[in-house]
Design a protein around this ligand. Sequence first.
Ligand SMILES: [Zn+2]
Length: 94
Amino acid sequence: MMSENQNFVKEDFCPTCGKQVDSAMDINDDQSPPTPGDYSLCIGCGDINTFDNDLNIIKLDKSKLSRSEKYTLKILLKKFKHLKIIVENNNQKG
Ligand SMILES: [Zn+2]
């Protein structure tokens, strides 16, 4: 299944909840892969992390974000709830 995923990045773990993740999906339906510094929203716990220069998922220091960045995260979290429903529906289809 993993090889069929066009958005495969690398196997990694969410630094917050430890969930294994193997892909990234652009929230705007863009097919381009993530780049260093992009946000990574964990589908397991909903925490927002970030990609380092080697595209490892690392903890995001939210205290260093600007106001506009914090606003972006708020929008992301809203979209997360919607995304989680889609994923759960897909999982049920098998
Ligand atoms: Zn997580």
